[in-house]
Design a protein around this ligand. Sequence first.
Ligand SMILES: CC(C)(COP(=O)(O)OP(=O)(O)OC[C@H]1O[C@@H](n2cnc3c(N)ncnc32)[C@H](O)[C@@H]1OP(=O)(O)O)[C@@H](O)C(=O)NCCC(=O)NCCS
Length: 158
Amino acid sequence: MGLRPAGLADLGFLTEMLYQSIFVPPGEPPPARTILDEPRIAHCLHEWGRIGDFALVAECGERLAGAAWLRFMPSDHPGFGYVAEDVPEIGIALEPWARGQVVGTRLLAGLGAHARSAGIRALSLSVDPRNPAPRLYQRLGWTKVGAVDGSWTMLKHL
Ligand SMILES: CC(C)(COP(=O)(O)OP(=O)(O)OC[C@H]1O[C@@H](n2cnc3c(N)ncnc32)[C@H](O)[C@@H]1OP(=O)(O)O)[C@@H](O)C(=O)NCCC(=O)NCCS
């Protein structure tokens, strides 16, 4: 499994990973893909390629396995995991077949390395506490700093 920076041609895959990142409680059907058009969701990748936007894609040969991205959000139009204008929010998801094989850990390390080299002081995210993912985030040094509509806001100092 290799990691590479995403290009503009990867936007379709990033959008699919944004969809995959939406938590589906056990026993519930996945949301319709039109959820991607809802403004607060679409906002995560809208006009992707702005200054500061950065994403990594994980691939196994030619098969795309997952992605993680970071984006600065303005205070008057924040994302779900907003903390501050100088703290980018991240998103991450893998295709179902690629989960549980340390790829997410590697993507998070790669995002962190990029952010450190760009002089970024911290990263934030939003996660549903019913998702197993907070265990991973906590292992990697993320801490819960708030809650919005039942979702945890988590922060990682770099
Ligand atoms: C969350 C995710 C990116 C982690 O990547 P990964 O490669 O599966 O994780 P790793 O193998 O590096 O680490 C394992 C940890 O990932 C999390 N994890 C594993 N499978 C998962 C799954 N199907 N869904 C959510 N989290 C999962 C758990 O925290 C696990 O730790 P645990 O073994 O103590 O339970 C990936 O599982 C995924 O895409 N999940 C679905 C989308 C999602 O929940 N995105 C995050 C939204 S905030």
